[in-house]
Ligand binder design. Sequence first.
Ligand SMILES: [Zn+2]
Length: 237
Amino acid sequence: MTPRVRAVLAVSVLALLIGGVSLYTVLTDEITGTVRSTESSEFESVPMEGPDGGTYAFMSTQPGTDDVPVTYDPCQTIRIVVNPDRAPRNADEILDDALDRMEETTGLQFQVDGTTDADPLSTEAGDAGDRPPVQISWSDAEAVPDLDGDVAGLGGSTWVEEDGFRQYVTGIVVLDAEDLDDLGEDVTRTVLLHELGHLVGLAHVDDRDELMHPYGDLPDWGPGDLAGLAALGGTCD
Ligand SMILES: [Zn+2]
């Protein structure tokens, strides 16, 4: 396939997921109160144990494996654009803080390139080499029906496959600013971290001591989360 065909394929994978039909679990729903998922296929990913205990699981794995994760390229800065449509007052600080924490825990580099008014669920088709930025949107259920009810956020990434190797090239995080406004700044940060966890490739785990538990309400990463984040990141050398 040409790079263009691969990129289009990846975008339709994301569209399928938004329709709720998922072969490749890369997008997931959250419900607040604490954070809870609506998906029935919740713990399909194979859970693994971290070196310091705890559990983690990957959203997507390489073909033929159940423990080699699909990741972003650690040699490329993950560029981000923000749709601030419903952004809370301290949105920039909350995002900067969460991205700093992601860089510390993964080794991946993030860079906010600016703002956009694009649809929160849009992904731009293009050549695989021309990676569209990750879009983080402060939105609500009126604009994004998937946020209806108690869903606080969505997060996930799209991979492309080349020569049998899969790599994330772009993704989305969508936050329900209306729900989060009621829950306060600390919970907003928690939900954002959890969604960024999905973005870089962590799946839910059935362990209340991890932030990636679907009801997770920890203020920060647990031991398994940290092990998974380290496996999904790395430095460029
Ligand atoms: Zn989740």
